[in-house]
Design a protein around this ligand. Structure first.
Ligand code: GUN
Ligand code: ZN
Length: 441
């Protein structure tokens, strides 16, 4: 183990397993006064403060955030479009019209590398302000937009997955690639970026309607060549979209089968939304090790529906599920606000998402969906030191409400229901303090 070069102290929440698979008691770990020590960007020590303090090198400064803080693993976002940052909160349309009216014209601007770089900076700063240390990011069809995102993520030392959108039909000409150019550009980006430091490449066919079967096959073939990459796309988000896919691919059993047929259902596949998947499709997801990114703020904003997370996680055939902001159809960079909306989506399905399950999604659950739960998403020696420090009394009403909470579960539920970026006090990336909220608000 590396020698610690820094340490922080305060209440800590982390997970040792999946509360959907066993119990919350067996998988949620809360220490009311803990120390997390860091060396070489990884956690070297974690445990009760009185037990860890004597193990630390003499003179190591321990930064104490105090009893009103909560230290957790950095949050993860399994589905987000960085080029849509300039068009978050665009009025009045459901998915297909929203894409045509707002999304495609905005993404056109990313042919300009300087513009892409400026947005990448705003985007990643906003992630850090919200405690997000890892995301799975859609760029645009332009390879330079991928360079822009990775260059900034590398500068910040973040563990990020991203990829060039593949799209060769049913979009404006100015955004189309071809099967061959999409393959060539993606392959060149993989050589340049995949596994460089903490960066990871995601092969990114936008969704079935904007790729020919030939382009989807080519994405599957590229993935065969680089099987440890990600593959991200959208599935069964909107009922008109599902009907459109039926028309475009009449020979396939259903929407997911379009992807499965092109060998795109595997471990490290991240499918956005999946609201309207059938039982057979959920079985296919389970069997192939594919994951769903649950994006509740987006689903409500576009009127797409409300994803049933307990159904997806049914222990008979559990599907990996991560949480996603899906900006700019998503309406917030805040993972806390996203958990708030996930709770409401569960309510509409007649189920109650507990705070423990919600915070699992924000951290280890999404890391597991992305097959990086051995690296990030929980706090333990050897894990990469991506950490967020929450202020549990970040607004007057939260401060007031917190005096009435009786246990950590209630406290967490208040945070996810009322909290937002103001609750994020500090964000550490690989042990380095990369964001600290200024106290003068
Ligand atoms: N489906 C295809 N592209 C998109 C997109 O950019 N956002 C959302 N929410 N759904 C999509
Ligand atoms: Zn999306």
């Amino acid at each position: 183990n590396p020698v610690p070069d820094s340490a922080i102290r305060g209440p800590v929440l982390t997970f040792t397993g999946d509360p959907f698979a066993s119990s919350v008691e067996d998988t949620m770990l809360y220490e009311s006064d803990a120390i997390v020590a860091i060396g070489d960007g990884v956690v070297t020590h974690f445990g009760p403060a009185d037990k860890i303090q004597p193990q630390l090198p003499a003179g190591l400064e321990v930064r104490n955030y105090g009893p009103d803080a909560l230290i957790t693993a950095g949050f993860l976002d399994s589905h987000v479009h960085f080029p849509q940052t300039p068009m978050i909160a665009a009025f009045g349309e459901q998915l297909i019209d929203w894409l045509k009216k707002y999304t495609f014209p905005t993404e056109r601007k990313f042919a300009d590398k300087a513009f892409a770089a400026s947005v990448a900076k705003v985007f990643l700063d906003e992630c850090l302000k919200n405690g997000i240390t890892t995301s799975c990011v859609y760029c645009t069809v332009f390879p330079q937009s991928v360079d822009a995102l990775f260059e900034e993520a590398e500068r910040l030392g973040m563990r990020m997955a991203a990829g060039k959108v593949l799209m060769n039909r049913n979009a404006p000409d100015y955004l189309l690639d071809t099967t061959q150019s999409g393959y060539d550009d993606s392959k060149a980006l993989i050589s340049k970026w995949h596994n460089r430091g903490r960066l990871m490449y995601a092969i990114t066919p936008r969704f079935a309607p904007t790729s020919t079967p030939d382009q989807l096959d080519s994405a599957g073939a590229l993935w065969d060549e680089f099987p440890d990459c990600y593959m991200q796309t959208h599935v069964s988000e909107n009922l008109d979209e599902v009907a459109g896919v039926k028309q475009l691919f009449p020979e396939r059993k259903g929407y997911l089968d379009v992807y499965d047929h092109s060998k795109l259902c595997r471990p490290r596949a991240v499918f956005g939304h999946g609201i309207h998947l059938t039982e057979d499709e959920l079985c296919c997801m389970h069997q192939t090790g594919s994951a769903i990114a649950h994006c509740p703020t987006s689903n409500f904003f576009l009127g797409s529906g409300y994803f049933d997370v307990y159904r997806a996680k049914d222990p008979k055939r559990p599907v990996r599920v991560g949480i996603g902001t899906d900006l700019g159809a998503g309406t917030s960079f805040s993972i806390l606000s996203t958990l708030n909306e996930a709770y409401k989506a569960a309510q509409l399905n007649g189920k109650a998402l507990t705070a423990a399950h919600a915070f699992y999604f924000a951290t280890r659950g999404t890391a597991r969906a992305m097959y990086i739960d051995d690296k990030v998403g929980s706090i333990a020696p050897g894990m990469e030191a991506d950490l967020v420090v929450l202020d549990m009394k970040s607004t007057p009403i939260i401060d007031y409400r917190m005096q009435f909470v009786e246990d950590i579960h209630e406290a967490l539920f208040v945070q996810m229901t009322l909290g937002d970026d103001r609750a994020v006090q500090a964000t550490y990336v690989a042990g380095k303090l990369q964001y600290e909220q200024s106290k003068a608000r």
